[in-house]
Design a protein around this ligand. Structure first.
Ligand code: SAM
Length: 276
């Protein structure tokens, strides 16, 4: 029987965010696949855990993915960790999870720190509907094309960005989505210099134009203003009448309810419903 791949999140800056289950899963695994073993060994030392590790990162994920999968198929349990945060979210863990799923190897995700969720929660932007965009493409043309696609997106938009690319990204965002769009720049979350700057894309682009920022960032951008919905017409009314009839309402009651809900003339809707 094959072993299990455990996705173990690690702190995004504050060791106090280590959970009991994270520590138990790391110590219970047969081996750990780590994005950077030098980073992970510090965490293991902090927890007093000694465990064999294999490096698993974006430069070796094809070959090493196969090695890890073979060991899982042979019955070993593996804990996957990346440098910080939840494995498989904008990091090479994604490929290993997909490989295991293809091979029917059980995958268990331990919940824990994740930069995008932490940023969204603290951003002050609407959280009910959001879209995570990860890192924008590096290539300028592809980047612009992606941003053009997002111009009318009404959900809150979340981006990861490296500090040395932040100024250019803010400029591109301000140019495409408009300088007045609210943005929350969530920097160094859970760390000593944690900071959330709530401003507009235009002001943020200006602020970081000549002053390259330090630290890690998540950008949480307000979605586009909702488009005005077209008023309902008699066709919408007829569809609703049909649905209400299916629910058991009489024709008269269905027309009355549909006309009220959609702001239509009851007589006109009734005439159309009886085919006048
Ligand atoms: N898998 C990780 C997660 O979802 O938490 C993210 C990995 S991704 C390679 C790294 C990016 O996450 C950084 O470039 C930055 O955008 C964001 N990030 C990670 N830690 C952060 C922190 N403490 N504060 C703000 N952003 C952070």
């Amino acid at each position: 029987m094959s072993g299990t791949l455990y996705l173990v999140p690690t702190p995004i800056g504050n060791l106090g965010d280590i959970s009991q289950r994270m520590a138990d899963t790391l110590s219970g695994a047969d081996f750990i696949a780590a994005e950077d073993t030098r980073v992970t060994v510090k965490l293991l030392n902090h927890l007093g855990i000694k465990k064999p590790m294999v490096p698993y990162h974006r430069h070796n994920c094809q070959d090493m993915g196969g090695v890890v999968a073979d060991r899982l198929l042979a019955g070993e349990n593996c804990a996957l960790v990346t440098d910080a945060g939840t494995p498989a979210i904008s990091d090479p863990g994604e490929e290993l999870v997909a490989r295991c799923v293809r091979l029917d190897i059980p995958v268990v995700a331990v919940p824990g720190p994740c930069a995008l969720v932490t940023a969204l929660a603290v951003s002050g932007q609407p959280t009910g509907r959001f879209t995570f965009e990860g890192f924008l493409p590096m290539n300028k043309k592809n980047r612009r094309a992606r941003l053009e696609q997002l111009r009318g997106e009404e959900r809150t938009l979340i981006f990861y960005e490296a500090p040395h690319k932040l100024a250019a990204t803010l400029r591109d965002l301000a140019d495409t989505l408009g300088p007045d769009r609210p943005v929350s720049l969530c920097r160094e979350l859970t760390k000593l210099h944690e900071e959330v700057v709530r401003t507009t894309l235009g002001a943020a682009a200006e602020r970081y134009r000549d002053e390259p920022p330090r630290g890690e960032f998540v950008l949480v951008v307000r979605g586009a203003e909702p488009r005005e919905e077209a008023p309902a017409d008699l066709e919408d009314g007829l569809l609703l009448v049909e649905r209400l009839r299916e629910e058991g309402l009489s024709l008269r009651d269905a027309v009355k309810r549909a006309a009220k809900e959609l702001g239509l003339s009851r007589n006109e809707l009734y005439d159309r419903a009886v085919g006048k």
